[in-house]
Design a binder for this molecule. Structure first.
Ligand SMILES: O=C(O)[C@H](O)[C@@H](O)[C@H](O)[C@H](O)COP(=O)(O)O
Length: 256
């Protein structure tokens, strides 16, 4: 497994447009092999700007959106349509602006009064139903798995020192007491997050600089969950200058 690549953009706006262009290109490349592109979306402010940049890009028409399958890395366990749900924000920023096949859009279950554990199990089943003979850990092999990173190093809804970090059997878990509101969430587990050909950490802001440095300098995944996720073929850290501030020079400098 190769070491991570670090690509730094001047600012958050430049980062969002660079990631949008990269996502469009990646989806076109995957589809050129005739397969349905498998994408795992993340939540958060940075991701929403990326999705909007994709929706606004003239190049978006190069993608056959009816042959893109969408999953989520995590979800805030809130009622259907709640504006704070990652699904709601993805539909507002991107999915409602392109011709997706609703049958290939798989949001994590909303809070309908059931226990979050039941909702997580529902997603385990949805993922397993989409997994093929060549796939592992009960999930399809994803083509791109995007992750925001919190100031504490969390990814998806896997927060430092939380019980969900220790899930190694199920692909999806319920999360209680998340430090980032809302407290109750659903998240892919580490085994599922590690089943993507490419993992893209999309990170902006100086409040993330310490977490980025620690994740790239050997911190453990219990302390910095971002350190626990790698792509099967490629791991990209797509940063703005502010988030890259603390990266040791020897890691950041382009390899000679
Ligand atoms: O549900 C969520 O909140 C996200 O999935 C979470 O993992 C997010 O990606 C990070 O917290 C970064 O969020 P920002 O980009 O808003 O800093």
């Amino acid at each position: 497994m190769s070491s991570p690549s670090i690509l730094v953009n001047r600012d958050a706006e430049g980062l969002a447009h660079a990631v949008a262009a990269r996502l469009i290109t990646r989806l076109v490349d995957v589809q050129s092999s005739g397969k349905v592109a498998q994408v795992v979306l993340t939540g958060g402010r940075v991701a929403a700007v990326v999705y909007r940049a994709v929706a606004e890009s003239p190049a978006r028409s190069a993608i056959d959106w009816r042959r893109v399958e969408f999953w989520w890395g995590d979800e805030r366990f809130l009622p259907e349509g709640d504006p704070e749900r990652n699904e709601t924000q993805a539909w507002d920023a991107l999915l409602s602006h392109v011709d997706v096949d609703p049958a290939l859009v798989h949001p994590m279950p909303a809070d309908t009064g059931q226990a979050p554990e039941a909702a997580a199990e529902e997603y385990v089943a949805t993922l397993a139903a989409a997994a093929g003979s060549g796939d592992r850990d009960g999930v399809p092999t994803f083509d791109v798995l995007m992750l925001g990173v919190g100031p504490d190093g969390h990814v998806a809804s896997l927060f430092p020192e939380h019980a969900a970090l220790h899930e190694v059997e199920r692909s999806s878990v319920a999360v209680h007491g998340a430090p980032k509101p809302p407290p109750t969430r659903i998240s892919l587990s580490f085994p599922a997050l590690n089943r993507a050909h490419e993992v893209w950490f999309v990170v902006a802001g100086d409040d993330k600089a310490k977490a980025v440095r620690l994740a790239l300098s050997g911190a453990g995944p219990r302390h910095i969950p971002a350190a626990g996720v790698k792509g099967l073929n490629r791991t990209l850290w797509l940063l703005d200058e502010a988030a890259a501030t603390d990266i040791p020079h020897e890691i950041r400098a382009p390899r000679t």
